[in-house]
Design a binder for this molecule. Structure first.
Ligand SMILES: [Zn+2]
Length: 239
């Protein structure tokens, strides 16, 4: 396999970012989600280059709310999700919601991932700095894994990762990024259940892992992608 041509080798099925966004837009439009009737909430890591994805999404969708927190975790919680839903006009029952959420890691065409993939001069890592900080804390010994009032998002991230990590895990950044994705999906779905239960509005969820690269093409590995209308969940395929 030629990774330069085929994309990041640890994430089979990853699409160039521009293609991922175009395909999701097309499949959602075919299912009735348009920039005019859809409010979009995006949750990515707040650090560059991951957060630059919000700008690309805004080029396609008009009403975009940025929920970004460290590592792409939906720490805005119920308050953030309900705030976004309140932007739907009361007199419009056809308003739809689209939620997009991603973890991220860097990649290089030679197959390097995460910490080994240099970002450029003066920068040694293109993995998520929140995940790298968790790894370092894990390596330094036992930790209470409680939220730290001086470092709230990192403390919450550590707690979510540690509770969901298999014993002895955490040393592999690719695996940790995939674990972060799984937690993001789980937490977003929980928040959707908590905040959309009394609403009839159709909604869609688009998730995945951002594979960012300095000087090369960004990719996105597609995770769970589906729409829910009239209580029915329908998977959406990008292929
Ligand atoms: Zn990050």
């Amino acid at each position: 396999m030629n990774p330069k041509k085929n994309g990041p080798i640890y994430f089979p099925g990853a699409l160039p970012q521009v293609e991922f966004l175009a395909r999701t837009f097309k499949i959602l439009a075919a299912n009735g989600f348009t920039p005019e009737n859809t409010i979009v909430g995006v949750c990515v890591c707040r650090e560059e280059p991951a957060c630059l994805l919000v700008k690309e999404i805004r080029k396609l969708w008009e009403m975009v709310y940025n929920f970004s927190s460290l590592a792409g975790m939906p720490f805005a919680g119920k308050t953030g999700f309900m705030k976004m839903q309140k932007y739907a006009p009361n007199d419009r029952t056809d308003t739809r919601f689209l939620y997009m959420a991603f973890s991220h890691i860097g990649w290089m065409p030679d197959g390097q991932m995460g910490r080994d993939a240099p970002l450029g001069r003066g920068k040694s890592s293109s993995a998520c700095s929140g995940l790298v900080a968790f790894q370092q804390e894990l390596a330094s010994g036992p930790s209470p894994w409680e939220p730290d009032s001086d470092n709230l998002e990192q403390g919450l991230l550590n707690q979510r990762l540690f509770r969901n990590m298999k014993y002895g895990g955490g040393s592999d950044l690719v695996a940790l990024t995939k674990l972060a994705y799984t937690i993001i999906l789980q937490d977003v779905e929980k928040l959707l259940g908590l905040t959309l239960a009394n609403l009839e509005n159709p909604y869609a969820l688009v998730t995945g892992i951002q594979l960012t690269s300095h000087g090369q093409q960004n990719f996105i590995w597609p995770g769970e992608i589906y729409e829910v209308a009239h209580g029915q969940r329908t998977p959406l395929s990008l292929t």
